[in-house]
Design a protein around this ligand. Sequence first.
Ligand code: AMP
Ligand code: TRP
Length: 328
Amino acid sequence: MTRVFSGIKPTGHVHLGNLLGALIPWVERQDADSIYCVVDLHALTVPQDPDELRGTTLRLAQVLLSLGLDPEVCTLFVQSHVHEHTELAWLMECTASFGELSRMTQFKDKSDKAGRGGFVSGGLFTYPALMAADILLYDADEVPVGDDQRQHVELTRDLAERFNSRYGPTFTVPRATFPSAGARVMDLQEPTAKMSKSDDQAPGTILLLDEPKAIERKIKRAVTDSDGEVRFDVEAKPGVSNLLSILAGVTGRTPEAVAADYERYGPLKADTAAAVVERLAPIQTRYAELAADPAETARLLAVGADRARETAAATLARARDNIGLLPR
Ligand code: AMP
Ligand code: TRP
């Protein structure tokens, strides 16, 4: 079977783009060889409020469970619960070169954004080594990620190959997989930009836990265009095409097929809002149940961490041995 590993950072609120582009595909293809991780250590590259981090981590795990990730089928755990991640990360830091890490565009972007004199942690620089450790610990074949993570998975492949050639066969060399082209949800107010979780109050972002009224309002006010024709054409009609993609995404159809059902924007918006509300309702109900019982979530995450640790410990032992660390 194909071993799949992916991770999601506990920052901000999960939105419809995360759902259609990443998380629903995780749920749909889960099997005994799928491993999904809430990567809390990755959130530490920028200073965190401790209470908020605890809350966001727990909430994200509950969202993943509400979506239908089933701990009896796949492995779902929190990164920091399996200490092998940080231990292998050191070996990866020593396998990566300073030059390689310096060339990571995400590091360059984020450190540039901090500006001169701004705080840039060492962790932000070495983050791709931790990500490589996450992936390599589980002998993953495939790593489903967004396009922005392409370079990090490439680096992971290079590190695996370098380690294997220096110290003997140790790691499986993984490959990144990307969601299909239709899986890019755009901002409702600015349909040429990706929907993102950077702004909580954003009228163009539908959050997983938005009330039905908020969802209806946001979709009703979504930017369209003035030619009045319903047609799937991302270049010429980004707003309308985004609504068609969303409606298609939540109902499991294609945007072109959906477009054939509509002549006017009003009914398209009304049906898109209704379909999103309907798709999210059972998720929100399940989320409310889980949120009321954090002990149950903790139990499920402990089961996941135990299962993850078995594989991770074996890989780490192999890496330690091959690199020449004295057996403990
Ligand atoms: P992020 O919110 O950037 O941490 O991304 C978490 C996951 O959701 C990644 O796999 C992204 O590729 C995916 N994702 C984020 N925003 C969107 C979007 N607007 N449309 C589709 N997928 C997205
Ligand atoms: N760096 C990824 C992101 O920002 C999250 C991540 C951490 C990840 N470790 C991973 C993704 C391992 C895939 C595999 O989205």
